[in-house]
Design a protein around this ligand. Structure first.
Ligand code: NI
Length: 187
């Protein structure tokens, strides 16, 4: 099934997502569909709220950025009920974008080292220390599960500067070259 990416302004992106139980019906098909949607939109990560579901599921394939970030080579992660523990308090700024915020990219400060715990598609538990750009992708995607977007981390001045672009996404004026779902129209 082709899943559209829900865009900024849609309330589903602002809700806290629920944990997933092992008997969740159709989970593997959903995961496959999320990878399809992510590849179609040329993203390196996609969280379930972005396809309209408030459940704690994230797919990541960081391989496309491995020329710039060699650590990302071959890194593909399906995260169910992920938990992040910060291992390094020093934040580093790098540019981020988001499939739910087309046409925008901003510098975001995030820590470089985390310990990530999650279960995979078979509900096998994993824990791994992750650093560098992959740690950034994981933090960005897990923010989505808390109803947070990367623009929540930028300064009020920067947010003011992109307000026009944000309004264009909300009002459906932004062109998106992948299947997308705009916010419901407000009257
Ligand atoms: Ni995102």
């Amino acid at each position: 099934m082709k899943l559209p990416v829900y865009l900024y302004g849609h309330p589903v992106l602002r809700k806290i997502s629920e944990p997933i139980a092992p008997d969740f019906e159709g989970l593997k098909t959903l995961i496959d569909d999320m990878y399809d949607a992510m590849y179609k939109s040329e993203g390196v990560g996609l969280a379930a709220p972005q396809i309209g579901l408030n459940i704690r599921l994230v797919v990541i394939d960081a391989d496309p950025v491995s020329e710039t970030f060699p650590d990302c080579a071959g890194r593909k992660l399906t995260l169910i009920n992920p938990v992040i523990e910060v291992l390094d308090g020093d934040a580093v700024k790098r540019t981020e974008g988001c499939l739910s915020l087309p046409g925008i990219s901003e510098d975001v400060a995030r820590v470089e080292h985390i310990r990530l715990s999650w279960v995979d598609a078979d509900f096998n538990p994993h824990t791994e220390e992750i650093s560098g750009f992959l740690a950034r992708i994981v933090q960005h995607e897990c923010d989505h599960l808390e109803g947070k977007l990367y623009i929540d981390h930028i300064s009020a001045i920067r947010r003011q500067l992109i307000r026009g672009k944000l309004n264009n996404i909300v009002s459906g004026k932004t062109r998106v070259d992948y299947p997308a779902k705009y916010a419901p129209r407000r009257r």
